[in-house]
Design a protein around this ligand. Structure first.
Ligand SMILES: [Zn+2]
Length: 50
């Protein structure tokens, strides 16, 4: 599943792939950080634990 984040540096919309984890819960493992496709800035994935 892809998650959309906005780059902190340039404001571009970035799709980050989250790998499904677990079986019964809808949880996804996102990379801790990812690189903006537009400006190559390193973005930290926001924590969205319930
Ligand atoms: Zn950027």
């Amino acid at each position: 599943m892809d998650f959309d984040f906005v780059c902190w540096s340039c404001g571009a919309d970035c799709s980050v792939y989250g790998k499904p984890v677990g079986f019964w819960t809808e949880r996804y493992q996102l990379p801790a950080e990812w690189e903006c496709w537009n400006c190559d800035a390193i973005n930290i994935t926001p924590d969205d634990d319930d």
